[in-house]
Design a protein around this ligand. Structure first.
Ligand code: NAP
Length: 479
């Protein structure tokens, strides 16, 4: 279940927000502590006007005021009230004794970390016999999410309803996975987060489909650092929805690859991005020959804790290019020698294109060129009249520096031009090429192809690539 948490400063604002919660949440949490000068009479109106079952919560302001409001909430028929463990055993027991139909949530919050004695805290709340135990702690590392998910497993075994998640940006994994791990609900927001790291109800429902995820969910995700710009979670979650799979895709920012140990018994597959595409090779149990030759892995399949690495960038780039031009015996100029360029260069080499590499740092360019026995040149050494295909595999032209291009417009004549960048969709390079009547290939096609091939590796099913492209285009346009 998704619970929409609202922290409004005025009653009018609160009632307005409550009226806007429609399909994306089944419950609403009203944070009474954020309401200025909240009075017990306000509770009556709030409960009378609610359209969804309500959780009343109040903490962080004077204890006496909070308890008065929560008591009134019980009298007026709030479905749930949330009592902080800090209110003390005596008070909590009193509430439990006098309640009628209201369910009591007893909660523990920690804004610093997941404390070492979290099990003891769980047991302490359990002894009070509330209807629901709630634990919300700030994650300082990925492992904190695992501790909280394990606690949910324990509550299942104890046959106790529990709400648990980690707060903060490092806790998002638990906010998505808690429901299939048995949490009674997960909190989201309508317009503004009410706690650090909270995800919008819209995203919880439409992108992650948390209310459709079941125990035994197959978990996939992107590992990298940073990863906030990646849109992979949009396309993969859409494809899971299309195939009605009990699966979810989550971005996981890793400090370093040692954290893979935590993921390999939880996840079924990974996408890999900067800066780990090359360094991950030493962590894998098996590497596909072609990925090994490229020296980079962007796809990991996980089976029984064993990691199998593949590269879908090179096939994705080839499929994309070959919609416009056959590569064999064509003169191809590739700008860049990083992760994307290595995969593309391998594909061009495999298809017997005549490849020339240009790169800012000569040593990096040399390394790539010599590994495939192709030539490395400077930009002013290229005979542009003979070029059939030009590929940009650098970030030159990527947002926000959208007015940059790796080559002057006048060299773009009678050639296919492919830019791996997909934000913006049409880079300056592609715009110049179009104006010079050169056929163009956009980075979005490669992005969708590499994601679609990852999806097939993981699920053995084909996703609808058009749908994937539409969703990501929508996202690029919206943001
Ligand atoms: N469409 C897709 O599916 C897809 C997939 C992967 C990547 N990409 C795109 O490909 C591009 C490169 O990504 P990557 O993963 O290969 O990155 P990377 O490994 O960091 O490599 C970056 C490359 O660009 C060069 N470079 C960076 N900044 C430059 C500048 N200001 N001037 C000249 N050269 C510069 C670097 O040259 P040095 O050797 O001198 O550092 C290096 O060759 C990005 O724009 C990314 O969005 C697209």
């Amino acid at each position: 279940m998704i619970c929409c948490s609202i922290a409004a400063r005025t009653k009018e604002h609160l009632l307005d927000e409550m009226s806007h919660i429609k399909f994306n949440a089944s419950l609403v949490e009203v944070r009474m502590d954020s309401l200025m000068d909240a009075k017990p009479e306000d509770i009556k109106e709030i409960i009378a006007k609610k359209r969804k079952p309500v959780i009343l919560a109040c903490k962080g302001v004077e204890k006496k005021i909070c308890l008065g409001l929560l008591k009134k909430g019980m009298e007026e028929g709030a479905e749930y009230i949330d009592l902080d463990l800090d209110y003390g055993e005596k008070t909590i027991k009193e509430f439990i004794k006098t309640k009628k139909d209201t369910k009591i949530i007893v909660s523990y919050h920690n804004n610093e970390n997941v404390p070492e004695n979290i099990q003891e805290i769980y047991e302490k709340i359990k002894k009070l016999k509330p209807d629901i135990i709630k634990i919300a702690c700030t994650a300082v590392s990925l492992s904190d999410n695992i501790i909280i998910l394990d606690l949910l497993k324990k509550s299942k075994a104890d046959n106790i309803d529990m709400i648990a998640h980690c707060m903060g940006p490092k806790g998002q994994l638990s906010r998505i996975l808690n429901v299939p791990f048995g949490s009674f609900l997960t909190y989201g927001y309508l317009n503004q987060p009410t706690a650090p790291g909270q995800i919008s109800c819209d995203y919880l429902k439409k992108v992650y489909r948390v209310d459709r995820l079941k125990p035994g969910v197959n978990i996939y995700g992107l590992i990298g650092n940073p990863i906030s710009a990646s849109r992979s979670y949009i396309v993969h979650n859409l494809a899971f929805k299309e195939h009605e799979l009990n699966a979810v895709y989550i971005n996981v920012e890793l400090k370093d690859l040692k954290e893979l140990d935590l993921l390999k018994h939880l996840f079924s597959g990974l996408s890999v991005t900067m800066p780990f595409k090359e360094s991950i090779l030493t962590y894998l149990d098996h590497v596909d020959d072609r990925a090994a030759k490229i020296g980079a892995v962007n796809t990991v399949v996980i089976k029984q804790g064993k990691l199998f690495g593949y590269n879908t960038d090179w096939t994705a780039a080839l499929d994309t290019i070959q919609e416009k031009i056959q590569i064999q015996d064509k003169n191809v100029v590739l700008i860049g020698a990083g992760g994307a360029a290595k995969a593309i260069a391998f594909g061009i080499w495999k298809k017997r294109g005549r490849l020339t590499i240009i790169n800012r740092t000569e040593a990096n360019g040399k390394k790539l060129a010599s590994s495939l026995h192709v030539s490395l040149k400077k930009i002013n050494e290229i005979d542009w009249e003979k070029v059939d295909l030009l590929i940009n595999a650098t970030p030159i032209g990527m947002a926000p520096r959208v007015h940059d291009s790796p080559v002057p417009r006048n060299v773009l004549r009678n050639m296919v031009v492919f830019d791996t960048i997909y934000n913006p969709l049409i880079t300056k390079l592609l715009n110049d090429a179009e104006r010079n009547r050169c056929p163009i290939v956009t980075g979005i096609k490669m992005f969708i192809n590499q994601a679609a091939q990852q999806f097939e590796f993981w699920t053995r099913k084909k996703p609808d690539k058009e749908l994937m492209e539409e969703s990501v285009l929508q996202y690029v346009v919206d943001h």
